[in-house]
Design a binder for this molecule. Sequence first.
Ligand code: GDP
Ligand code: CA
Length: 319
Amino acid sequence: MALNTALPRLVALAGGVGGARLAHGLAHRLDPDHLSIIVNTGDDFEHLGLLICPDLDTVLYNLAGVHHPDQGWGRADETFHVLEEAARLGHDPWFRLGDKDLALHLLRRQMLAAGLRLTAVTAELARRFGVVHPILPMSDDPVRTVIGTPEGELAFQDYFVRQRCRPRMVGMRLEGLETARPAPAAVAALERAEAVVICPSNPYVSIGPILALPGLRERVQARPTVAVSPIVGGQALKGPAAKMMAELGVEVSALGVARHYAGLIRGFVLDQRDAHLAPAVAALGLRVLVTDTVMTDTAARVRLAGEVLAFVRELIRES
Ligand code: GDP
Ligand code: CA
């Protein structure tokens, strides 16, 4: 593991696949005292009596190195015997849960039933997977993303998995936000952080819920913060981010993302394919790093993490 001489104490904000990829790269560069990952729980839902936490688990599986190599969720070398049998017995298997994945879900259910908060449950699961970096749910209270469509509202996983993001998004709402508090460990990590990295996650449904919790946006804003664009060449590499931007009337480009975060961040990381947008991003008052941001393998994750860290250190020196 890398030595941290002069390396900053960082918090990374992450959703699922894009967030997990960069968080994994950062975890190769920083020891656990220098990197905490605050993860979206707005996608969480109850299913088959279990609490499903897609983004927490994607981050956990990636840091543990047991993630599915290209699917963006779930585990490598997975089987689906339980789900197949449940389907034979009449269960609609619209939400895929593999056998190994189910083992984690059963343990999470047991720990929650014993009275542990989600932060403690996640820490314990991470420990059992040998993950040493803190993976912190944004809140221990339920916050549930609801997508507004012309036909009415859809719970997030209904929209995302069952309907494959086909309905047009006309708005979103975070159920439970009025009473939810940010998780104390997430707040403490932000308090200790010298800088924040917003991973290349969906700005609306992955990063939005984290920033919506009371006090979190302000704490991010108070630090040198860098965002990595999840939009590359006018497209999302996975998921509905680009479709959502179009439906919300926002320019579908890395510049659109930079505008979304302007006022919150000081630096923005653009893919080399979008280098022509650098002057327009700089005109928003942001420092710009142009590089290859497509994390095709572990080496690419670690390389991008190194470049992001160097960029963050520059911003810290200037602040
Ligand atoms: P989800 O919760 O699994 O949907 O994942 P996130 O919200 O964390 O990530 C979705 C976003 O990650 C999409 O907009 C993708 O374009 C982006 N993304 C995924 N992999 C990469 C990558 O290697 N590089 C960059 N720049 N963006 C990525
Ligand atoms: Ca997600």
